[in-house]
Design a protein around this ligand. Sequence first.
Ligand code: ACO
Length: 364
Amino acid sequence: MKLPEGLAGVIVDQTRISSTKNEILTYAGYPITELKDVPYEEIVFLLWNLRLPTESELVSFRRELVSQMKLPAETVRLMERIAREPQHPMSILRTTVSLLGTTNDNEHDEPPRILAKMLTAVAAIIRIRNDQPIKRSKPDFGVVENFIYLFSGKRPTAEQVKMLNTVMVLHADHEFNASAFTARVVASTQSDYYSCLTTAVCSLKGPLHGGANEQVFKMLETIKQTGQDPLEYVERQLESGQKIMGFGHRVYKHGDPRAAILREIARKISYETGNEAYFEMEEQIRDFMFEKTHLHPNVDYYTAVIYHCFNLDRDTFTTMFAACRTAGWLAHIMEQREEGCLIRPSSEYIGETNRHYHADKEAH
Ligand code: ACO
């Protein structure tokens, strides 16, 4: 029996949350192109309830999320210790999520509070690593406005909120990607929310998944700092069998619909912040990659430059992805718990057979 590598194309379960059918990304049936400017919290409500909120439901959902954007004091104390260590921010986040699941007040945590804590934790990791004091959320700010305020320490402009809102909406969910599937496997054992989320963070960390955004910017920085020609650099990488991070996708073979939207945001913000050299380099590499490989950029290609323009350190980029994706992970955990059964596939054994311990020991 020949199995598709990496379960490519294998339908392993059903979902109502999101779809990439025909390479069109939809959330609960709505195409992402129609949702890109919708407030992030409205998208979260949609992913969790599979319908749009009424105006009053949206107002109270927003209020609930904002009011919960705080962390238990004991978690902050431990975070302050671990976040200063020279560890990767995704490792710090992994431990932080696990810590959130061990505090006294976590037992009755429900998705809104968990999402609010995750956004706050990512912002806190960014602040602690920069030796900056942790900020308190503002009740009169929206969710995205608060998130930017919590990591940057400054009230964002309306334009910044709009741009990051779109980034967050586009990252909110993506059907059975590796980290959501990981979370679902853990949820299928009826494990708790924080255990599911910890494993999702572990899965997102890898460079073939969410870790790609950091690698994209590492490449751009290397090219810029060494003064190399971007196309010669990429060509050398390809010739030596290396992948170019931020290109290719398991389900999008004709282009990632999120990348098309993010490209315009990257263009705008890079020119506004004097970082256009990075964006222009990306444009050159994009055209060259298509010519050479017919591969298209994916979601991580443009967020690398966008996050840099938000003054974020390269190694925190994937924690930003985790913050946005927590909404989708929680949706999948809930769906799996409510509708799914234990995920326990089988494998085809291809190792040795018919061995006998005593006979082999004697023969040695
Ligand atoms: N650079 C160069 N070549 C590539 C790239 C790339 N980024 N991506 C795929 N290829 C090549 C492969 O080497 C392979 O070539 P071959 O047939 O000659 O062996 C062919 O294209 C098919 O690639 P696969 O890796 O088999 O395709 P798959 O669908 O399994 O991979 C993946 C998708 C893992 C995302 C891949 O494109 C990749 O590694 N990209 C770089 C990492 C990246 O950007 N990841 C983020 C994905 S988006 C997300 O997870 C949020």
